[in-house]
Design a protein around this ligand. Structure first.
Ligand code: ZN
Length: 300
């Protein structure tokens, strides 16, 4: 048992024993240090991922804790690589997990297999995060020479012309900013004046005809004029057609009525007298319709 208290027995000699642990023949870490002579310290280790035990083939979930034998097995640069040897809690098998400082992860090295749940960016069109060997050149000097020559050709034939053309474009647009700016501002001013003049004309028109402020007026140009003329001609044709139909109907209805009204004494007379009769008949007919409260146009 470790010396947990500060009781110093009568035979304790500070010169000889140095410490209470040494006096009792115990290590400060107690039972966890029982394999310290083999470089092994017993620590509590929690599984960082799901594994299958290699001996009993059972699935062991992430987060299960073991009293693992921790041991330094190597180093990556100055970082030690530790191995954790755990005894399966479902069987008597052992499995070993090591740290991997290069890739900042844990790997199962013996006695089990890791459930692969890692997202591999390279498999999915991305790039590896830990590209530690990316700068290592090819071992063959000829391959290295070829690579450097290809890079040089690419630089002279592709990259430099492209840079030059970009520089030219940049110079073209930035050589004289004052002229470019004044050009743009001049054009803007002209457009603004045109808009203002047009708005004034529109406002006058709206004021004259009492049109609403929000009404959008059509811009006066050749297209609009042509369309307006076509519309006007169409309306004119329709109106003329209507008028001629009305006139013909009026004529047809008026002629027999006038004859019946004026009596048979006018029959057989010349054209002048028949015209007179028709006019009289029309006048009479229209006055009788008005007395009924109808419009002349509406009755036709
Ligand atoms: Zn097992």
């Amino acid at each position: 048992m470790q010396g947990f208290n500060k009781y110093y027995p009568p035979d304790y000699d500070g010169e000889k024993h140095k410490s209470l642990n040494a006096y009792r023949g115990k290590h400060a870490l107690g039972d966890r240090a029982r394999k310290l002579d083999k470089g092994i310290l017993i620590t509590r280790f929690e599984l960082p991922f799901n594994i299958w035990c290699g001996t009993c083939n059972n699935h062991i979930g992430m987060g299960v804790r073991y009293n693992a034998e921790k041991k330094k097995v190597g180093s990556y640069y100055s970082t030690p690589i530790y191995s954790f040897r755990c005894k399966c809690h479902l069987c008597d098998g052992w499995f070993e997990i090591q740290t991997d400082p290069k890739n900042t992860r844990y790997v199962v090295v013996a006695g089990g297999r890791q459930k692969d749940e890692e997202w591999n960016p390279e498999e999915n069109g991305g790039f590896a995060i830990h590209d530690t060997e990316g700068n290592a050149g090819p071992a063959d000097p000829l391959v290295a020479l070829e690579k450097s020559t290809a890079a040089q050709n690419h630089a002279t034939q592709v990259q430099i012309p492209r840079l030059e053309s970009l520089q030219e474009v940049s110079d073209h647009y930035n050589s004289d900013p004052y002229v470019l700016s004044s050009l743009v501002r001049k054009r803007f001013r002209a457009e603004k004046n045109m808009d203002a003049a047009k708005r004034e004309v529109d406002d006058q028109l709206k004021g004259r005809y009492g049109l609403p402020e929000t009404l959008q007026l059509v811009r006066e140009d050749d297209e609009a004029k042509k369309e307006a003329r076509e519309q006007w001609e169409k309306g004119r044709r329709d109106f003329e057609a209507q008028t001629s139909i009305k006139r013909a109907r009026l004529y047809r209805s008026a002629t027999p009525a006038s004859l019946s009204i004026m009596g048979s004494s006018f029959q057989g007379h010349n054209a002048l007298s028949s015209l007179k009769a028709r006019i009289l008949g029309n006048t009479r007919r229209s006055s009788s319709l008005r007395s009924k409260g109808k419009l002349l146009d509406g009755s036709n």
